[in-house]
Design a protein around this ligand. Structure first.
Ligand SMILES: [Zn+2]
Length: 277
């Protein structure tokens, strides 16, 4: 090889090597760049996915937690309250008991108001209320009377302590104290404040509260059948010396079917049956 050719060869080799190095560099850079882009995309995807998971976790777990709390807490509370109410009604103690004795010797607090009063949905001379258990019994009694071709009307159910105060005062003004004592309870001594008493009437006595109601077919039906639906005629004829009140064939007291039937069968007043006065 000639010197001139030798120089050319070296230059060519150098150029080739430079191109080769450049190519390798470009390829390496390209590869590295591609990897980096890929990993960034993967990271983004991962982070998006984890955000989505977090969001799902919030939207799913929160309502579930709330629902679980609602499901476990609410029925537990209402069941307990219902149980307490039933126990109070059946235990025979406390003002809430359906068998509580109220008379001139057994009074109740001025602040007592039954918690389960309902407006009676029956023929009535005016809107009036009873405790729900007594309203249910009265509805059955009215239906039985209707089946016998008789029409009964509600006249006066629950009365607050204040209403009873006004009524007693009116009776004292009208009849004097002795007269009032026979026909009207002093405030705190009325079964009407218990929400367990209803005065009933009929067209045959002009929708009034009269002794003559006892001799009407409606009055007779009540006397013979009220106990089957949980009621007694509380102030019977000839028992004034025991009950303290004149004959009131219209005044029904709810006691539940068992006690009402036992008292009816005994032929006694509530005081005699309880052995107290
Ligand atoms: Zn009454």
């Amino acid at each position: 090889m000639r010197i001139k050719d030798k120089k050319r060869f070296i230059v060519a080799c150098g150029g080739l090597a430079a191109i080769l190095i450049l190519a390798i560099a470009v390829l390496t850079l390209g590869f590295w760049h591609r990897n980096e882009t890929q990993s960034e995309t993967t990271n983004q995807k991962n982070s998006q996915a984890s955000t989505a998971q977090t969001t799902n976790a919030k939207t799913e777990s929160d309502p579930v937690t709330t629902n679980q709390a609602a499901v476990t807490e609410q029925p537990a509370q209402s069941e307990t309250k219902e149980e307490e109410k039933n126990n109070a009604a059946e235990s025979g103690t406390g003002t809430d008991s359906i068998t509580t004795l109220v008379n001139k010797n057994h009074s109740i607090s001025a602040s007592y108001i039954p918690s389960d009063l309902v407006t009676v949905d029956l023929p009535s001379t005016r809107d009036t209320q009873l405790r729900s258990v007594a309203a249910d019994g009265l509805t059955k009694l009215f239906k039985a009377a209707e089946s016998a071709g008789l029409e009964l009307y509600c006249c006066s159910g629950y009365r607050s302590y204040e209403t009873q105060s006004e009524l007693y005062a009116w009776n004292v003004d009208t009849y004097g104290v002795d007269g009032a004592e026979l026909v009207s309870a002093r405030p705190g001594m009325s079964e009407h404040q218990l929400g367990l008493a209803m005065d009933v009437t009929s067209a045959t006595v002009g929708f009034d509260l009269l002794e003559s109601f006892g001799a009407t077919p409606e009055g007779q039906f009540i006397k013979d059948n009220a106990h089957k639906y949980g009621f007694i005629v509380r102030y019977p004829q000839g028992k004034t010396d025991i009950t303290g009140y004149a004959y009131e064939p219209w005044h029904l007291r709810y006691l539940g079917v068992d006690v009402a039937t036992a008292i009816y069968n005994s032929g006694k007043t509530m005081e005699e049956y309880y052995g107290t006065n």
